[in-house]
Design a binder for this molecule. Structure first.
Ligand code: FE2
Length: 367
C-alpha cells in the first residue's frame, strides 16, 4: 500500500515538472537560460548528476553542446561528438531514445568525452530532439544518483520534455536568424548613409564598437546590449535628411546650416518611429547630442534625464569624431582624444561613463 502511494506521489511530482517546464518555456526568451532551467528540473526529478543538450551541426556532420550541466559541464562544452559515435551520436542518427543503465556494457559507448573531462559516466538516458520529423539534437541525463538506474518512467517523462525542448531550440535559432538578418539589413542601410559623406565612412560601426566597450563593462544583459548596439548603429541615420552640401562642407557651417545640422537626431528618431521593433529606442537616438550641463540639443536635457544609452552614444560618437579626419580639420591622436573626453566630463559627458570608456579603451589598445 505504502509503495503504491509513494509511487503515485512520485508520478504527480513528475507531472508537475512537465507543467512547470511548459511555464518556463512560455516565459523565457533567452535559450541558454531556458535550457539551463529546464535541464536543472529534469535532473532533479530524474535524480541525475548531470545533463546536456546537443545540437546537430549539419555541415560538419557532428554534434556540439548547447547546454552542459554538472561538475564537468564547462570542460564538456569544448568537445564535439561525431555523428553516429557514442550514445548521443547513435540517438542523433537513429532518432530514437536510448536507455543505457550501464555504459560499460554497451558497445556504442564512446569514452572520448569522459577522457577529456575526467568525468565518470555510469548510466545515460538520451532522447532525440525532433522538429517536424527531423532530428535537430539530443538531450541526455547522466548518472542516476545512488545505486539506482534510470527506468521506463524516466524515459517517458524525458521524451515528453524532449518534445518541448526541441521546439524551444528550433524557435530560438529561427529567432536568432531573423535577428541577424534584421541587424545586417540595418547595417547595410546605415553604411549607405555613412557613405554619403566620405569623411564619415564606417563612423556608425565604430560608434557601435565604442558604445559596446562601455556597455559590456556595465551589463551582461543581452537585451540591454542589443539595445545599445542598435541605437548606436542608428544614431545618425537621420543625416540622410541633411543636404550633401552641408554634410560635406569643407569650411565652418553658417549658423543656419548649423541649426539645420542639429536637427539630425530628430530626423533619426522620426525614421525609426514607424518601425514597431525600434520605436522604444527613439529616446536613445533623439538625445545623443544632449550634454550633462543641459547645453546640448535638441531638448537641453540635463544629467540623468538624458537616457543612459544616449549618454553612452554621446561619448562614443565624440571619440570617433575626434579620431577621424573631417573636412575642416585633421584627426587627433587617441591619447589626446581620451584626454579631451576627460576634460569635458561632468559638463559635456557623463563622468562615470567617460571613466569606464577610457579604462576599457586603454585595456584593449595599450599605448
Ligand atoms: Fe550625431
Amino acid at each position: 500500500m505504502r509503495s503504491l502511494e509513494s509511487d503515485l506521489r512520485r508520478k504527480i511530482a513528475r507531472l508537475e515538472t512537465l507543467v512547470d517546464a511548459s511555464m518556463v518555456f512560455s516565459g523565457i526568451l533567452d535559450i541558454d537560460i531556458l535550457l539551463d532551467t529546464v535541464m536543472q528540473k529534469a535532473e532533479e526529478v530524474m535524480e541525475a548528476e548531470a545533463s546536456s543538450v546537443f545540437r546537430i551541426d549539419e555541415k560538419r556532420h557532428d554534434l556540439y553542446f548547447i547546454t552542459a550541466r554538472g561538475e564537468k559541464g564547462k570542460e564538456a562544452k569544448e568537445i564535439r561528438v561525431p555523428m553516429g559515435k557514442g550514445i548521443v551520436g547513435w540517438v542523433a542518427e537513429h532518432g530514437k531514445p536510448l536507455l543505457v543503465p550501464d555504459v560499460r556494457k554497451d558497445s556504442r559507448w564512446f569514452r572520448g568525452v569522459d577522457k577529456k573531462t575526467k568525468w565518470v559516466t555510469r548510466s545515460i538516458l538520451a532522447v532525440p530532439l525532433i522538429v517536424k520529423g527531423k532530428v535537430i539534437g539530443v538531450a541526455e541525463v547522466l548518472n542516476k544518483k545512488g545505486d539506482r538506474k534510470f527506468d521506463e518512467d524516466d524515459l517517458e517523462l524525458f521524451a515528453a520534455l524532449g518534445n518541448q525542448i526541441a521546439i524551444a531550440v528550433e524557435n530560438a535559432s529561427l529567432y536568432s536568424d531573423l535577428d541577424k538578418l534584421f541587424l545586417s539589413s540595418i547595417r547595410a542601410i546605415v553604411e549607405a548613409v555613412d557613405a554619403k559623406d566620405p569623411y564619415t565612412r564606417g563612423h556608425s560601426s565604430r560608434v557601435v564598437e565604442y558604445a559596446l566597450l562601455i556597455g559590456n563593462a556595465l551589463t551582461r544583459d543581452k537585451d540591454r546590449l542589443k539595445e545599445i548596439e542598435i541605437s548606436a548603429i542608428l544614431h545618425d541615420v537621420g543625416k540622410i535628411g541633411i543636404p550633401d552640401k552641408i554634410l560635406g562642407k569643407p569650411g565652418r557651417l553658417t549658423r543656419r546650416e548649423q541649426k539645420y545640422m542639429e536637427r539630425h537626431p530628430e530626423f533619426s528618431a522620426a525614421i525609426i518611429e514607424p518601425i514597431e521593433l525600434l520605436k522604444r529606442l527613439m529616446r536613445n537616438i533623439m538625445h545623443h547630442h544632449e550634454r550633462i550641463d543641459g547645453k546640448g540639443y535638441p531638448d537641453g536635457l540635463k544629467d540623468k534625464s538624458i537616457p543612459l544609452v544616449a549618454r553612452i552614444i554621446g561619448i562614443a560618437d565624440a571619440f570617433d569624431a575626434m579620431t577621424t579626419d573631417r573636412p575642416y580639420r585633421k584627426r587627433k591622436n587617441t591619447r589626446i582624444a581620451l584626454r579631451e573626453l576627460k576634460t569635458h566630463s561632468g559638463t559635456q559627458f557623463d563622468q562615470r561613463l567617460v571613466g569606464i570608456f577610457v579604462s576599457e579603451f586603454s585595456k584593449q589598445n595599450p599605448l
